[in-house]
Structure formats: structure tokens, C-alpha cells
Write a protein that binds this ligand. Structure first.
Ligand SMILES: [Zn+2]
Length: 306
């Protein structure tokens, strides 16, 4: 459905963005749907603060009641000659062209219907900013739809404040703090995990050096990383499991030059229906039922140490 008011607000919004960014923008298209409208803007970078600044200005222009006026030119070329910074919302405009002006704010060539005054838009709200390829998509709503979205967003924000023990003024800092604490905890956990993995005592015979161990709650990618590093050592085999709440992940790998150990085959043979996974003859990762993991690891170990 084409929405005259949403469309008019879009002119004002792009006008504000152009002023903030100091250049004429290319709007590839604008879609008007029941839930929201979307403007597709071709631009290498567009950040949230810029969008929010433009949103504030559009609402000021609405409150001021800026007039919206249309002029007709014989061609797009003539219009662009007289108005060098003119934006054309529709690249395929042919013949006579209509230029829509928002009083002392924005000029754009456009064939669609517009409100006579920006005041009719009532309220303008940005609801989403996302990047897609070489363009940005900005979702927005106007009037009653915008107010409904604003109420829903405010409710969600207040619930988030309550959940995080923050308030309207502190929630951004609280979220940043939680994120940085989470990153710091993850890196501490990784360091502890590495200490545990490095403490594995190798079992060696005259053919192989086996690093075998079972751990709990390590990061799975850490197992892969550890195995990848250690199998660089000659004659080394890694057989480690990470037990989670219901299943255990397993990495079974060996130095690529070793012969006589087919990790894929041995894993399938001993895990059977209790496990799934695969990889290459020298590097297998998989998942095994929690109650079966100790047995699977022990059987593979005794087979390769024989
Ligand atoms: Zn228009």
C-alpha cells in the first residue's frame, strides 16, 4: 500500500540526512508496508547516531508545520539545471517532471502523492537500521503507526531495564558493562581451559605419543584449536572430550604424516550408534552421548596403543 504520509516524511528524512552528511543521497527505492516503510539508501557508511539526529530534525519540521509544494519542469535535465543538488527518487523519470519541495528544507523529483503540509505526518519514528550489500535499509513509521511502535518499544525498554537492574538513563552503560564483563570472563575461561589442556600428561610408547583427556565445560573451538596445534608434533595423537550437560564433544586427531591410524574409521567403529561426526582420516570431530564418552575414548586409546 502506498502511504502518502509515510512517503512525505521520507522526503523530510532524506533531506535531513543530506544536510547532516553534506551530500546528495541516492535513494534506490522506498517500500511502504503495513508494519513499516523502508528506505533503501545507497551509501558506503551510515551510522545510528546520524539517523537519530535526522529523526529528531524531522519531528521538529513536523511540529513547525513546513509546507510541501510541487513544481513542474519540462524534463529532469531542466530541473537538474535549475536545481543542481536535486535528488531524483525515481531514476526512470521521463518527460515532464514534478519537483517536490519541503519548505526551506528539501527538493526531490518525485511522481508520487504527498501531503500538503508536513504537520499531517504527526510523528516520525525510525524503527531499524541495517546494512545490506552496498546499501543501508532504514525502516520508519509515521503518525498513529509510529506512536504504536513507540509505545511497544518503550515497554520493551522498560522491561529490559527491570531485567538488567538498570534505568532509562543507565541502561546503555549497563549493557556495555555486561558485554565487557562477558568478554573478560570468556577470555579468563579460555586461559583456564588452556591450562587444563596443557596439563595433560602424554602416554607414549615406541610408536606414538597420545594426549588423552576428558574435560567439562570448555569451549569446543578450544579443543579444535589445541588439537590443531599439537598434532604438528611428530607421532602425536590427540584424543580429547569436552563433556557438556547432555552430550560430549570429541576431537580425535593425529599428525598428518603418521600411518596406520584412520581416525574416521576408528571413531565410527567405537562410537557406533552412540556418536556422530566425521572429518578426515587424520582429524575427526564429533558428538557422543554423555554416558558413552568414557568408554569410547578408552577403547580408541587401547586400540591405538596396542
Ligand atoms: Zn515523493
Amino acid at each position: 500500500m502506498h502511504d502518502r504520509l509515510a512517503h512525505t516524511a521520507e522526503h523530510a528524512f532524506i533531506g535531513s540526512l543530506q544536510k547532516i552528511l553534506g551530500k546528495t543521497l541516492q535513494v534506490r527505492k522506498v517500500e511502504h508496508k503495513a508494519a513499516a516503510s523502508t528506505a533503501f539508501i545507497v551509501i558506503p557508511r551510515l551510522n545510528l547516531d546520524t539517523i537519530l539526529k535526522a529523526e529528531t530534525e524531522v519531528n521538529s519540521l513536523i511540529a513547525e508545520g513546513r509546507n510541501v509544494t510541487a513544481y513542474t519542469f519540462t524534463s529532469l535535465e531542466e530541473a537538474k539545471r535549475k536545481l543542481p543538488n536535486l535528488r531524483a527518487n525515481e531514476e526512470r523519470i521521463a518527460g515532464e517532471v514534478r519537483v517536490v519541495e519541503i519548505e526551506n528544507h528539501d527538493m526531490a523529483a518525485c511522481v508520487m502523492d504527498h501531503a500538503a503540509n508536513l504537520r499531517d505526518c504527526d510523528f516520525f519514528l525510525i524503527t531499524r537500521l541495517s546494512k545490506s550489500g552496498s546499501e543501508y535499509e532504514v525502516d520508519f513509521a509515521v503518525g498513529r503507526q509510529a506512536k504504536e511502535v513507540a509505545v511497544a518499544l518503550s515497554a520493551r525498554l522498560l522491561r529490559m531495564c527491570s531485567e538488567l537492574g538498570a534505568n532509562f538513563n543507565t541502561i546503555e552503560n549497563t549493557a556495555k558493562k555486561l558485554r565487557s564483563e562477558n568478554e573478560s570472563n570468556a577470555s579468563k575461561l579460555k586461559a583456564l581451559g588452556r591450562e587444563k589442556l596443557d596439563a595433560v600428561i602424554p602416554i607414549a610408547n615406541n610408536r606414538i605419543t597420545l594426549l588423552k583427556g576428558m574435560f567439562e565445560n570448555l569451549a569446543d573451538d578450544q579443543l579444535q584449536e589445541f588439537a590443531g596445534e599439537r598434532i604438528a608434533d611428530a607421532n602425536t595423537v590427540i584424543l580429547i572430550a569436552n563433556v557438556g550437560s547432555e552430550t560430549a564433544s570429541i576431537v580425535f586427531a593425529r599428525n598428518e604424516k603418521m600411518e596406520g591410524i584412520d581416525c574416521t574409521k576408528l571413531f565410527r567403529q567405537f562410537a557406533g550408534s552412540d556418536g556422530r561426526g566425521g572429518g578426515k582420516p587424520h582429524f575427526v570431530s564429533g558428538v557422543v552421548k554423555k554416558e558413552a564418552i568414557a568408554r569410547v575414548i578408552d577403547k580408541i586409546a587401547s586400540e591405538i596403543l596396542q
